[in-house]
Structure formats: C-alpha cells, structure tokens
Design a protein around this ligand. Sequence first.
Ligand code: IVH
Length: 686
Amino acid sequence: MKITPAVEALSVLSGRDDYEAALARLRELSRAYYGEGDSPVDDAAYDRLRLAVLAWEQAHPDEAAPESPTGLVGDGAAPAGDIAHTTRLLSLDNVFDPAGLLAWGASLQRRLGRAPAGGFAVEPKMDGAAVAARYRAGRLEQIITRGDGAHGEDVSHVIGTVEGLPERLPVPATFEVRGEVLFTQAQFETANEVRAAHGAQVFANPRNGTAGTLRAKDRPYRLAMTFWAYGAVELDGVAFVPAGATHAEALAAVAEAGVRTTADTPAGLHVVATLAEAQQKVEETAAMRAALPFGIDGVVVKANDAAEQAAAGSGSRFPYWAIAYKLPAVERQTVLKDVVWDVGRTGVLAPTAILEPVDIDGSTVTRATLHNPADIRRRDLHLGDTVTVYKAGDIIPRVQAPVTALRPAGAREVPLPTACPHCAGEINKDQERWRCAKGTACALPALIEYAAGRDMLDIDGLGRTYVNALIEAGAVTDVADLFTLTEDQLTAASGSAKRGAKLAEQIGAAKSRPLSRVFCALGVLGTGRSMSRRIAAHFGSMDAIRQADAALMQEVEGIGGEKAPVIVEQVAALAPVIDKLAAAGVNMQEPQEAQPAGDGPLANATVVVTGRMSGPLADLGRSEMNALIERAGGKAGSSVNSRTAYLVSAPSAAGKPSSKALKAAELGVTVLTPEAFADLVADYLG
Ligand code: IVH
C-alpha cells in the first residue's frame, strides 16, 4: 500500500523575523494541541509549522531559541505537574515516509556501531494522552500524566473509569506501566452525548476530549476511556520484567499481570527481523486504520532487544531506539458552507454538510454526513463555522465539531427545515430523526423503484418511468400493490401489450424471492441489504419478524438498543402492506442455509469482490455474491486489507489491474477469477 505522506508541503522560513513569528505561533498552537480547548488549526498544519521551525533551527543552530518548543517533551506545552516520574517519560521522534524510516535505521546502526540484530517491534501509535500508572501489590494507586517528561500531574481521579487499567490485578505485582489513554470511537460518541445532556460543549475530537477529561477533577459525570500499555518500568526497586527481556516480552508480562497492551489491539504487536518487514507492517497497520475502533496517528517501530535499546540510549526528548512513523491526518478543519436536506426512501430527512473543499488522506472532501436536527444542535453548528471533519479509508466523512474560537461574527445556527424538502408537506418530529409526515409515501416513486431493483424483487424492466405512470394512475400506493397489478394496468403504464405481458411475467416470478429480499423491499429504516439478510436469516419467516419485540430484535447482529425499537415500530406500521404481500402470494420464508455459519469452504474467510463477474457467476449482482459468500461460511468485505482471504476479480480486459487487485498483490492476498471462485463454492451456487 502506498501511504499518502503525512506532511505534504514544507513551508520554508525566510529569516530570523519569520522564525521568531513562527516560534510564537507554534507556542500558542502547542498549548491548544495538548490542551483541552479548541485547536485553531488541524494536526497537518501544526506539523508543517513545527517542521519548518525545526528545519530553520537545524540550518541556524547558533540562532535557535534556547527554550524552543521543538526541544521539549510535548513541545513544552503540557502543564508539568508536581509528581516526579520514576524515569523520564519521553516522546518520540517522527518520520513520514519509507526513506525516513531507513534514515532512522541508519542512525540506530551508527549508535550501535553495527547492524541491530534483535529485530524490531511494530505497534500502533494510539492518538490519546500518555500516562504512567503505578501498581503496588496488585492495586492501582496513582495515574500521572506525561507533563514535561520529568514531572506530571496526578490524575488518579480517573481510576475506575479506564478500561484496560483495572483497579485490582489478579496478581500482587508492583510496577509502573506506561501507555496511552484515549476514548475509543464508541466511548467518544457516548462521552459527547453525556456532555450534551449536561449542557457542556461537545469534544472536538477524541484526543482533546482525553486531555480535558484527565484534567477535569470536578465534573458531575464520569466518562469511560481505554488504556493500552506500550511499556513498563520498575517501581520501588521491585523487579518486574526479567532482566534482558525484549520489548515484546515486557509487554507480555504486563498483559500477564492483567493490564491491556498494544499487543491486544486489533493492529497487534509484530516482531520482525528487518526494517523492510517493519515497513510492510507499517503499511498493513495503515490499511487497517479505518476499521480500528480507536484513532491512531502513526505506527511505532522499536528496537526489540533490551541491550540494543540501552546501547542506543535516549536524548532529552525521545529515545534513539524507537521512531514514530506518522500517518496522514484523518481529521482536518474546513468551513461549513451549508447544510442540505434530502428525503430518504423511507421518508427520513437526512442532512448533509456542504464544505469548503479540503484534502483528507489523499482525497478531496466537499460533503460530509450529519446525523439529525438534535445532533446538529448538540454540536452547536453554525453556518460559516470552521469545523473538524473526520474521514478514514473508505468511510463517509463526518463532521465532528465546530471550532468555536474561529466562529465568524454574526454566524447563525444551522437552519432546520420547516417543511418536507421533498413534498413541502408536514414534518413528523416525534423522533430525533425527523421524517416527512407522509412517511414512505413522500418518496414512493424512489421506494418502488428501489424495491423492484435487481438486488431486491428483481422485476426486470420496471424503471422510474413506468413506476411514475403506475403511481399517477393510482394503481400503486405501496410495494404490495405491484403484485395485484393486472396485465391491462401494466400495458397502460408501459404503453405496449408486449411490455405489459413481460412485466406481468416478471412480477409473477418476483413472488418467490427469498424473505431477505422481500423484507428489504419494504424499505424499513436502517435495514439495507446486509441487515435484511441478517434479519431474515435470524428469524426465518416474516411472521417471526413481526412477532419480535425490541429485545428479540436486538439479538440480530448489528442491531443495537437504539435501532431495535425503531425497526419493530416500522414493521408494525407496515402491517397492512405485509398483509397485502402475503395475500398476493409473495414468499414470506427464508430458505434454510445449506451449512451453519462458519462452516463451508470459506469458513470465516473474508472475501472481497470487484469488477464484473463471469462464467457461472455472470448473472450474480453484488448482493447475490455477498449472499453466496455468507452461505459458504465466509464474510463479505468491501476493501482489501491484511485480513482479506480472497479477492474475486476478473482479469481486466485492458490489462490494467484495479486498485483492489494492486492492493491484493501488495499484501499477498490470493486473487481468484470468478470461475475459480465458482469452483470453490460450487455446492452453494443456485
Ligand atoms: S513509545 C520511550 N509506543 O506517542 C518511548 N508511544 O508522539 C516512548 N504513543 O509520548 C513512547 N502509542 O504518548 C510509544 N505504541 C506506542 C505509542 C506511543 C502512542 C504516544 C506516546 C508518546 C507519543 C509520541
């Protein structure tokens, strides 16, 4: 995988005055970067400025300010506190590309006087706040921030709220564990809901939230965070890690004692022999980034051998035996220009943020999702605000929070619609997600077209024009009406007896589609194709789905406490439509799976499909391919990463491999032609 460089363009300082100004700005920004408040620039801009200052200092060592932030742990911005660290808690030096990693390797070799022989540990660089946690006789006694590296602040008030850092260990061990505390994405969402409920401003991002939460000692609420250890040191002279243990062994001892470590993250800790392999692991971790449940801002490469670490030594800011390979920022700041509202096929009003174009992780972002009116108000968004926008990998970008310090004078709150943006009718505001009071009828043409689509009822030839004609004639008021249409009505709508007969035949065939497709065609809020398949597989029949209450609905994988009652309510509201479907003879059962999940030729393998299928699979749409993969025991993936088992891809006619095929080749993922894949799952076809 090619990683977009984290720092794209380096600004060059023109002289001493320029340097002084940049230094002052860097001090101001670093206080915000490490502090609780809004940061007026994003990380990418901060890193650029920091590198420009550093470059000038390296070119003019005699003129560099003696107290420059570039020479201090945490850029000298974090409050020092009054608790002395047992040994200095250092930061890390950064590189941004493969050449930087090799240069670090060369410097390590110079310091050792020979090539390092103990291999390298590679682990994720979690984007939170560094802390030291002191355990005595198995009891967590104190948590201390990094501060200036020599002294930190006592933040023991968070003891008991940090997952992975238990108050009591199963063993009476005495040691100090060092690592990163942060909000996982799920914890961050919850934290912001709790804050909004208390009238507090939402956190701009998980890192700012962590810094603020560590410092805030008298909040009326407690917020859950998570810890991962990346090191351990001895405490009170009690030996903990055996002398000479490697970095990986030290972390294994920490995990053994009951504290979570970087090795426990989905990205894991990998020990490799060479820097080329380390680079490979960096790329694999970068490819996983979007799927990780917490933010990472890089990958750390460390000499694994304790003796080599000691021989390489440390400077005042960072150890020479470790390096942070920074990844591009996935959060940028840009201006919220407008918010537009669409009506989904189920009648839900969906807001989209229109943004000043901004480059995030190699692509230009102009639109981002927002949730609903209540969420827009919770985030206190104003038009013209500078907002933080998050995007990683293939996910849809989302707006996180406004930078209130940069709010222009006279900015007004994001206006909320007063009428349905589609039909200008009334809005139903009973739930946080507003809906057109007409519900599905508002977006009926789109809904019927969706229901007739290839992956749902698959009524070939029933496109938007004929759907509109049927609706206008009053022949179709919901999806069930399709199944009672006469050939005459279809002839009138399509303008030809031949077409009418063909459509009638297609509709007849659509009656026997599996339940998953019939259910999906209902357009229940929050149930797309995959979710409909899961619901149908879980309950087996439409009757069972209709009988399920919220608790039972929640048993379906991927349906949480918030979604379940909404689905139950919608299914109940669709009762007349479902009754009509059943009366028209539409299938209400899901065919039994050939094999229990997890068995079959693809047992638990993740399979990604790209391009046109051919041979025995030629007629299968993407949804059918996904269903086939699941029948054969596998999981359907959307992007190629290190966990992908197979990529199914036809060789491209032009001989130009797709981006997915290129990625598969880089990661060593097996690529199968549609024909070879069909052989593999032959028993599950049809
Ligand atoms: S090692 C002496 N490993 O990144 C070694 N640091 O930008 C010091 N960080 O201050 C740190 N994940 O707070 C290390 N796997 C990891 C890390 C990690 C996150 C943080 C840490 C450090 C900062 C430097």
